[in-house]
Design a protein around this ligand. Structure first.
Ligand SMILES: Cc1ncc(COP(=O)(O)O)c(C=O)c1O
Length: 401
């Protein structure tokens, strides 16, 4: 992704200066960028009649749900807590849940929050489907179209061989009965990760080949997430064509549930340089932000996040390794070419930090959780959290008065 696209929300502002009053590390969520994404998603929904949900696993900073509710049909949850959050914080909108396995002791409560419940296996459909249906829920089953459209990313590929996610046609043939099919209102698939509409086209072909006989009986088809719809070069005309064609051909309602696309490039992680070290010619700036704690996807994906004050990888003119303050040797954010030699006290700003960050961070090594700020159109900040020692200690044992 182009750096200009990542930091577009700062609009030429001198970011280190405008963030100077904020205590670091902190996340800053850019309301205008969120709304820009929302407008794009709303236009896809309007042009096609599809319905678009926020996958809360990627972004669940609910202070922004009222703004997002203008553009979206509702939320998608991975289980009880996210379902409750969606129901509470985006009231009146749809709540869809997909979980790889539901728990019997939570199911009744889940029914209070969810409108659509998607099962991952025939056994779970058998166990809970009738109860869900009798409670007036729309019931779905996740299918596995066995169509991998990404390479070298098995951890993010639900169609990787042996995947537990979704029912393959072979299992469907073996285990589905007409009674079970009668419980179904829709099918769900999620197979993509940060991909363009051509990957969806290939997946849809596989879905139609594998499950084309079932689709006429369905009221909806949920195409999951992983659609990078709000990226500048994403092929939206093709996406819209595919949605329209699917809805017309099978006479059903299409749902999409992107996470990344909703909050793409709508957040910054502001950090301060604490120290600089050198070993064998490698110069490292140690920051007050940790890859392992505050941007875990940097290690999990892995990827090198974009930096406002320098270039990631590429042709390093002033090479520095940026790293976290934890004990983990591999707590490395990446190799960068910096605009100038970093000294303690310097501010650095990472981009695209609204997604899979605030909802995924942790306090390993006793690292504080970075506070979360909103930033409005005029560049004014609002503090949304007040994290401290209690948030670290409270997760680990009995609270003492
Ligand atoms: C079932 C499901 N839906 C939606 C999403 C959101 O995907 P993304 O944030 O890549 O759009 C995911 C991500 O893992 C998912 O597993």
């Amino acid at each position: 992704m182009k750096k200009s696209e990542v930091f577009k929300g700062l609009d030429g502002r001198n970011a280190p200066e405008c963030f100077a009053a904020l205590r670091t590390p902190c996340y800053v969520i850019d309301e205008e960028r969120l709304k820009d994404n929302g407008r794009i998603l709303a236009s896809v929904a309007e042009n096609t009649g599809c319905r678009i949900l926020l996958a809360q696993k990627a972004f669940s900073n609910y202070d922004f749900y009222p703004a997002l509710a203008t553009y979206l049909a509702g939320t998608e949850a991975s289980g009880l807590y996210e379902a409750r959050l969606g129901a509470e914080e985006m009231p009146g909108k749809e709540v869809h849940v997909f979980c790889a396995a539901y728990r019997a002791d939570e199911f009744d409560e889940l029914l209070k929050y969810a409108d659509h419940i998607v099962f991952n296996s025939v056994r779970q459909l058998k166990q809970f489907g009738k109860t869900a249906k009798e409670s007036g829920k729309s019931v779905g089953l996740r299918i596995n179209p066995e169509c991998s459209t990404q390479e070298g990313h098995a951890i993010y590929d639900p169609c990787a061989p042996g995947s537990r996610l979704g029912v393959t046609r072979e299992i469907w043939n073996r285990e589905m009965t007409d009674d079970l099919i009668c419980l179904l209102d829709g099918l769900h698939f999620h197979t993509l990760c940060e991909q363009d509409a051509d990957a969806l086209a290939a997946t849809l072909e596989a879905v139609e080949q594998g499950f084309g006989d079932v689709l006429p009986r369905m009221k909806w088809l949920n195409m999951g997430g992983g659609h990078h719809i709000t990226r500048e070069d994403y092929d939206r005309p093709l996406l819209e064509k595919l949605i329209r064609r699917t809805q017309d051909r099978w006479n059903l309602q299409v749902y999409l549930e992107p996470g990344e696309a909703v909050a793409l490039n709508a957040g910054y992680l502001v950090t301060t340089v604490l120290d600089a070290t050198e070993n064998g010619g490698i110069r490292t700036a140690v920051l007050d932000v940790s890859a392992a704690c505050h941007m875990p996807d940097v290690i999990e994906m892995p990827y090198t996040p974009p930096l406002l004050n320098g270039e990631a990888d590429g042709n390093p003119e002033n090479p520095y390794r940026l790293a976290g303050p934890t004990c983990l040797a591999g707590d490395v954010i990446g190799e960068y070419s910096l605009d100038r030699d970093p000294v303690p006290g310097d501010r650095l700003v990472f981009g695209d930090m609204a997604i899979y960050t605030t909802c995924k961070n942790n306090t390993f090594n006793g690292m504080p959780l970075p506070d979360i700020y909103s930033m409005d159109r005029e560049g004014r900040f609002g503090k949304l959290t007040d994290f401290g020692y209690a948030d670290f200690k409270g997760r680990l044992g009995k609270r003492k008065a």
